[in-house]
Design a protein around this ligand. Structure first.
Ligand code: NAI
Length: 338
């Protein structure tokens, strides 16, 4: 096994640890499911993030290989690997941010909800570990169906007495990334100049792009609104079908997860004005969880923003989204409460 995989193997890494301590303050980040389709490129991107001083890579398979590989990159973060349930607690102890892309992905013909049984169980186990070993960490939950797994995580943390709604965030950044890209294509702009709020949840009709609030201010024909809404809601399925059985979005998702994690870390560092969309505990609607823009700070999602003015099309979309979301959230709650 490579040195950064062995218990105590760190003795050879002292100097790197000193550099991390002596330089800019860094954060300790764990990726659970680090050997997967999302986990591997996400590990690469987090190893490149200058805000990360320690990077823990945990999986139930192939963690040593990914750890050895990523640890050879000459960037600041110290990488350590952890394999299998007996090492989960060591992987989590002392972490500031835990990113969870563990679980099975969709195959053609499957909905995100079809993944519920397997992934809800995985998320429960991992969150029990978090409650025990790093109850104050910010959690970025990627495992689908996010509309249900966030409720599963919240119930696990409540049961353990560690629940802090500000620190549990369902990752919907890929919907925003897709929306920015597709809208930029229609407008003939650079996607980096475009900001599309995407609210609701992370599955089908619960993904609600607010095209009336696009920045820079833009107007769309009814045909463009239909095309864009449909493509943003079904962007994940577009990838699942193109991959034809080999999984779902991994590279664009790793990019989105790294972008969101970086925003969380900048918030933890105290940077002002860090705003991203995320699926969080919310009072914006009557539902207990909802995705909107949130302001990220030292405490996690410190402020949850209101929806802003919606047009008729968006109001109708919101009603549809809420109906499906209510059921998905309840399913997550029932999974733990029995
Ligand atoms: P994958 O199958 O390639 O990787 C999943 C990894 O999780 C594997 O390495 C597996 O060994 C690991 N794993 C399984 N059980 C585990 C456990 N108990 N503890 C730790 N690790 C465990 O799947 P992929 O493509 O990386 O997708 C992962 C999840 O992310 C899926 O649930 C997928 O639906 C979801 N996803 C979420 C998106 C979002 O926007 N939130 C977008 C795309 C995918």
């Amino acid at each position: 096994l490579p040195p950064n995989f062995q218990e105590g193997g760190d003795v050879h890494l002292k100097r790197v640890d000193c550099r991390a301590k002596g330089g800019a303050p860094g954060f300790k980040v764990a990726i659970l499911g680090a050997a997967g389709g999302i986990g591997q490129p996400l590990a690469l991107l987090m190893k490149m993030n200058p805000l990360v001083s320690v990077l823990h890579l945990y999986d139930v398979v192939n963690a040593p290989g990914v750890t050895a590989d990523v640890s050879h990159m000459d960037t600041g973060a110290v990488v350590r690997g952890f394999l299998g349930q007996p090492q989960l607690e060591s992987a989590l102890t002392g972490m500031d941010l835990v990113i969870i892309p563990a679980g099975v992905p969709r195959k053609p013909g499957m909905t995100r909800d079809d993944l519920f049984k397997i992934n809800a169980g995985i998320v429960r186990t991992l969150c029990e570990g978090i409650a025990k070993c790093c109850p104050n960490a910010v959690v970025n939950l990627i495992s689908n169906p996010v509309n249900s797994t966030v409720a599963v995580a919240a119930e696990v943390f409540k049961k353990a007495g560690t629940y802090d709604p500000k620190r549990l965030l369902g990752v919907t950044t890929l919907d925003v990334v897709r929306a920015n890209t597709f809208v930029a294509e229609v407008l003939g702009l650079d996607p980096r100049e475009v900001d599309v709020p995407v609210v609701g949840g992370h599955a089908g009709v619960t993904i609600l792009p607010l095209l009336s609030q696009v920045k820079p201010p833009s107007s769309f024909s009814p045909g463009e609104v239909d095309y864009l809404t449909d493509r943003i809601q079904n962007g994940g399925t577009e990838v699942v079908e193109a991959k034809a059985g080999a999984g779902s979005a991994t590279l664009s998702m790793a990019y989105a997860a790294a972008k969101f994690a970086d925003a969380c870390l900048r918030g933890l560092k105290g940077e002002a004005g860090v705003v991203e969309c995320a699926f969080v505990a919310s009072e914006v609607t009557e539902l207990p969880f909802f995705a909107t823009k949130v302001r990220l700070g030292r405490a996690g999602a410190e402020e949850v923003y209101q929806l802003g003015p919606l047009n008729e099309y968006e109001r109708m979309g919101l009603e549809k989204a809420k109906k499906e979301l209510a059921e998905s959230i309840q399913k997550g709650i029932d999974f733990i409460r029995g």
